[in-house]
Design a protein around this ligand. Structure first.
Ligand code: FRU
Length: 444
């Protein structure tokens, strides 16, 4: 039930939108083999955010501005305009002066077939911005104008630029929305900017960050900057920084607002530039690699952002089996959804000999066995509210998402258990809840 490519390589989710009664997910893909190269946009639709139907590739490198070895149609976003689907993407090309990135547009009337705009590229990097680090346009509408945030690099520091347009074709550079002071990487990939419950969120994926305490241990990381937006001065001021995910495989998320007004986030469960060299075993043997997280609703409460699987995922649950007491050992074969309340100051919960959660003194750690994690290490997180009171574990064949206290802390990780005969094991803690086996959810 984690969305995966039909074949080949997958990275960032792109162009997330609810359009003509369906959810659309586009994604960065190299359809030819299991490794990153010549970027296309893959495409799938769903009526319920759970069952996905693959559609033909939406964008392929084809023009001078987006066609070159190790380039193509990079990440971007979608917006509806006059009943049509407009997608904005970054074209990467190389005409002999190194890689150059520009923002481009493609339009679809039926939501399936896209035509690149004749006037592409729309614009390239403004002065002072590195031409090879100017990408990932995220577009939204406010009152009668369109806005776009683009990730960039200046003097080796990440920043986000804001643009404005009256018609989606002509764009004016307005301002630097926010900039790293050196603490958040040399380039901000995949910026996203949205109001949420009275706050403004700038979500960024900075490349090559230094870890700080328990935060940002993946090299390239993802952060929620929570604050306020001054629409007159076109400036974002941050009040708080929060790690989006503490797992070993999470990067380049994007959000969108659906027909029900929910702010939904989907991330890429991959991490190619992580400090541990890691290739999913399927890349060589089966010619495909990576997946997306399940769609999660993002909300603001207790002065922070929470993420929790959309309620539609509950529809996959078969009858529950009770998990209760302080010493539990329960076989569950194949994918499952564990939903429990937890009591006590400390505890250990594990999935067979593959994955270990351990919490005490206000922190929680996730560890994978050498085999299941392909040699990857432990990740730890501080629990903002102090202790673990609820846990939801979405375990798939080779992907796990762990939600602590309704989504205060989230870990997303790929793992490779030796068999699918999993055992949920609880030690020390006092737990009460259920585990659900899941209905088959084969993509069409
Ligand atoms: C993030 C990213 C984006 C870029 C895309 C290329 O993972 O590097 O910045 O547009 O992937 O595939």
């Amino acid at each position: 039930y984690h969305f995966m490519p039909q074949s080949g390589w997958m990275n960032d989710p792109n162009g997330l939108i609810f359009f003509n009664g369906q959810y659309h997910v586009f994604y960065q893909t190299n359809p030819y083999n299991g490794f990153w190269d010549c970027m296309h946009w893959g495409h799938a639709v769903s009526k319920d955010l759970v069952h996905w139907e693959y559609l033909p590739l939406a964008l392929a490198p084809s023009e001078e501005y987006d066609d070159y070895q190790k380039g193509g149609c990079f990440s971007g976003s979608a917006i509806e305009h006059e009943g049509k689907l407009y997608v904005f993407y970054t074209a990467t090309a190389n005409h002999g002066n190194g890689s150059e990135q520009s923002q481009c547009l493609a339009i679809s009337e039926d939501g399936i077939n896209f035509e690149k705009y004749d006037g592409n590229p729309l614009f390239d990097a403004p002065e002072g911005i590195q031409p090879d680090s100017f990408r990932d346009p995220k577009v939204w509408k406010h009152e009668n104008k369109y806005y776009m945030v683009v990730g960039a690099s200046r003097n080796n520091r990440g920043l986000a630029l804001i643009y404005e347009s009256a018609d989606l074709y002509h764009w004016n550079f307005l301002n630097v929305l926010a900039e790293s002071r050196g603490e958040w990487g040399f380039m901000w990939e995949c910026p996203d900017f949205y109001p949420l419950d009275g706050k403004q969120v700038l979500m960024i994926s900075p490349q090559e960050m230094e870890a700080e305490g328990l935060e940002f241990h993946n090299g390239n990381n993802t952060a929620f900057l929570i604050g306020n937006y001054d629409k007159e001065k076109l400036k974002f001021t941050r009040e708080k920084v929060q790690s989006v995910d503490y797992g070993l495989d999470f990067y380049a998320p994007q959000t969108f607002q659906d027909g029900k007004g929910r702010r939904i986030i989907i991330g890429w469960m991959g991490m190619p530039d992580a400090d541990e060299e890691y290739v999913n075993p399927t890349a060589e043997t089966e010619g495909w690699q990576h997946c997306l997280t399940v769609p999660r609703e993002v909300t603001y409460k207790n002065a922070m952002l929470y993420q929790y699987p959309v309620e539609e995922l509950n529809g996959l649950r078969k009858a529950g089996v009770s998990v209760s007491g302080s010493d539990v050992e329960l076989p569950v074969n194949g994918p499952f959804d564990l939903d429990i309340k937890v009591k006590g100051e400390q505890g250990k919960i594990s999935l067979g000999e593959n994955l270990f959660l351990d919490y005490q003194d206000g922190n929680i750690s996730l560890a994978l066995s050498e085999k299941a994690g392909a040699g990857r290490k432990v990740r730890k997180a501080h629990i903002p509210s102090g202790k673990v009171e609820a846990l939801r574990i979405l375990a798939d064949t080779t992907a796990v998402e762990i939600y602590v206290n309704g989504g205060e802390v989230v870990f997303s990780t790929r793992y490779y258990p030796e068999t699918d005969e999993q055992t949920v094991k609880v030690e020390t803690a006092e737990v009460d809840g259920e585990v659900y086996k899941l209905k088959n959810c084969v993509m069409e």
